[in-house]
Design a protein. Structure first.
Length: 301
């Protein structure tokens, strides 16, 4: 595949999965990723970029990784393209060995980034962006993008219930670092790297918990994106929520591939005429779209 077709009325959302290994060992690959995103924004009619966590590898113990990631992601900010970043377990100050401290993450990717951004709409806890949301109008449709902490706590899911109920006429897309597992199921007890296994992630809910306690109840959720798990790279599924609404759920993570994944990204093209969403995978280092099994997947809207 040389390129993807964009028709009049189509628009795109880009998902950036775990960049931790790129940031740690191949930081020179970060800027090619974000510069390509900006260079293609007009052609793709790009409306939102979503980073699904593990921006860095070593938490607060290596500030250089935050500085390098910030410099690269700032390219997207400076192009005035909306960007939400949810924290992965490696972004927490002590990697969730002790607690949920995100001081360094909030220093580099916190409220200051969102200052004067009209699309940025609210947070769960004042001054902290680990649980936040944004609102956009795209093609006369209201959208809400919800970014959640690693293993969201019950009180966070209750906040989600409230936000989604208050925005019942918005189409909702959710990101959280761990939700889908590598085998096409939602994370559950017995899965490696389940959020509940992290001693500092007190009160963590895994993917199945999130679905049963919260997500399945809301008719306005259309898609959920997550990363975190290894060693496979993609999995996806669709389920009907309580209101007979279709919910697409997608895992993507190339951190164990060559060079930590080389900054691969997922492009979700929302096709308005066909009323469907087509997903593609692009490698900015090889400058090519990839068509491995599971890389190109679609869902109906």
């Amino acid at each position: 595949m040389k390129d993807i077709h964009i028709s009049t009325g189509d628009y795109s959302i880009i998902i950036i999965p775990d960049t931790q290994i790129v940031t740690k060992y191949h930081p020179e690959m970060l800027l090619p990723m974000t510069k390509w995103i900006v260079s293609q924004a007009e052609r793709l009619n790009l409306k939102m970029v979503l980073h699904i966590g593990d921006v860095v590898d070593e938490g607060a113990t290596n500030e250089l990784q935050f500085q390098q990631s910030f410099a690269a992601l700032q390219v997207i900010d400076q192009a005035d393209i909306p960007l939400l970043i949810c924290p992965g377990n490696h972004d927490y100050d002590n990697l969730l060995d002790q607690d949920r401290s995100l001081r360094m993450f909030n220093t580099y990717f916190g409220m200051e980034r969102y200052k004067n951004k009209k699309w940025f709409s609210g947070v769960f806890e004042q001054g902290k962006v680990e649980n936040c949301y944004a609102k956009l109008e795209i093609n006369n449709q209201n959208y809400l993008f919800l970014s959640l902490e690693f293993g969201p706590r019950d009180e966070v899911l209750l906040w989600v219930d409230q936000i989604l109920a208050e925005h019942a006429d918005y189409e909702v897309i959710i990101i959280t670092h761990s939700y889908m597992y590598i085998n096409g199921q939602r994370t559950k007890p017995g899965d490696t790297y389940n959020p509940k296994l992290y001693s500092g992630a007190e009160g963590a809910n895994d993917g199945e918990d999130m679905w049963q306690k919260c997500f399945r109840k809301h008719a306005n959720i259309s898609a959920i994106y997550s990363g975190h798990h290894v060693p496979e790279h993609v999995s996806s599924r669709t389920d009907l929520g309580n209101h007979n609404n279709l919910v697409f759920q997608s895992f993507q993570n190339w951190q164990e591939d060559k060079h930590g994944g080389e900054g691969r990204i997922r492009i979700a093209v929302h096709r308005m005429i066909e009323q469907k969403v087509d997903h593609y995978v692009f490698n900015p280092i090889s400058a090519s779209y990839e068509t491995n099994p599971g890389y190109e997947v679609s869902y109906s809207k």
